[in-house]
Design a protein around this ligand. Structure first.
Ligand code: NAD
Ligand code: LMR
Length: 338
């Protein structure tokens, strides 16, 4: 089958590779949208991750090329490519973790919600495949608008009878990565030493950095708070404008996605105290989904942390975030349940 793109891996070679690895523990990871701006560097970084034993690269275009390229890297993971809808089920069968950066990105002047029309349908189709072929996989959903695509995925899984809220995680890691970077700049610290919780959702005012909870403990003037909050909320738009029509964040997103996926895999492995922010089903507020710090374990988001003490500025931000978030969540839910 010429459209079958299990590149560079005839089955004998693949078996030999698996033997050579001595059955080393590792997880099976699929990337859906692997030929895209995020997908390609994400695939490369996942191929470098020692926790990954099998890497499936799925896209509707160019999966063979990306797979051939990545498969030459002399790292442990066995790479296989899958092209187009007929190969989606093979791409997903047996996966432990599925990372989804499939879908169109913004151009200048667009909101993330403007992507709903195209991306909602893409996410629905991919999640139907997950429900059928790897219903126990952890799902990391990157496709925008995350505030709506996560509720869409939840409804698809509910309809299929496979929904486990612990296993569905909207990726907000890029907001945390940006917050750590911008806060470190202001404080004159190494960004690796800084940890900023970012809660709420992943669009504009729904992105709520909790600067009063930054580690190491520090304080900001009201001008610094205003500057940092706005810059973190508008970080995506800053990149969209700089790329001037050529898409949105891809390289920093691939970095953030692999940081988050690696945390999920360490959780799956049973490591203790793996805590990251993610957009998940939640009872922390009255909204059905909310991003907060979560503890990742063998079954996904095993513990969801409360918001913690917030100052007046953050409490006002929370009100604004919830106002927008509720509509985005409802829009996602009704896309499936209508
Ligand atoms: P891109 O256009 O470069 O790549 C998207 C890829 O998805 C393409 O290769 C395309 O062929 C593929 N695709 C389209 N339909 C598909 C389908 N049905 N099945 C599988 N693959 C399909 O876009 P990008 O820059 O990689 O961004 C992808 C998405 O990620 C966008 O929606 C963007 O808004 C979002 N994003 C989210 C965050 C976040 O923080 N969560 C950050 C950056 C970008
Ligand atoms: C981001 O935050 O960079 C992404 O959500 C992409 C975008 O559209 O801003």
């Amino acid at each position: 089958n010429p459209s079958n793109v299990e590149m560079g891996e005839n089955s004998m070679l693949e078996q030999a590779k698996c033997r050579a690895k001595g059955g080393a523990p590792g997880f099976k990871v699929a990337i859906l949208g692997a030929a895209g701006g995020i997908g390609q560097p994400l695939a490369m970084l996942m191929k470098m991750n020692p926790l990954v034993s099998v890497l499936h690269l799925y896209d509707v275009v160019n999966a063979p090329g990306v797979t051939a390229d990545i498969s030459h890297m002399d790292t442990g993971a066995v790479v296989r490519g899958f092209l187009g809808q007929p190969q989606l089920e093979n791409a997903l069968a047996g996966m432990d973790l599925v990372v989804i950066p499939a879908g169109v990105p913004r151009k200048p002047g667009m909101t993330r919600d403007d992507l709903f029309k195209i991306n909602a349908g893409i996410v629905r189709t991919l999640c139907q495949g997950i429900a059928k072929c790897c219903p126990n996989a952890i799902v990391n959903l990157i496709s925008n608008p995350v505030n709506s695509t996560v509720p869409i995925a939840a409804e698809v899984f509910k309809k299929a009878g496979t929904y486990d809220p612990k296993r569905l995680l909207g990726v907000t890691m890029l907001d945390v990565v940006r917050a750590n970077t911008f806060v470190a700049e202001v404080l004159g610290l190494d960004p690796r030493e800084v940890s900023v919780p970012v809660v709420g959702g992943h669009a504009g005012v729904t992105i709520l950095p909790l600067l009063s909870q930054v580690k190491p403990p520090c304080s900001f003037t009201s001008e610094e708070t205003e500057y940092l909050t706005k810059r973190i909320q508008d970080g995506g738009t800053e990149v969209v404008q700089a790329k001037a029509g050529a898409g949105s964040a891809t390289l920093s997103m691939a970095y953030a996605a692999v940081k988050f996926a690696d945390a999920c895999l360490r959780g799956l492995r049973g490591d203790a105290n793996i805590v990251e922010c993610a957009f998940v089903a939640s009872q922390v507020t009255e909204l059905p989904f909310f991003a907060t710090r979560v503890r990742l374990g063998r079954t996904g988001a095993e513990e969801i942390f409360q918001l913690g003490p917030m100052n007046e500025y953050e409490r006002a931000g929370l009100v604004e975030a919830k106002k927008e978030l509720i509509g985005s969540i409802e829009k996602g839910v009704s896309f499936i349940s209508k």
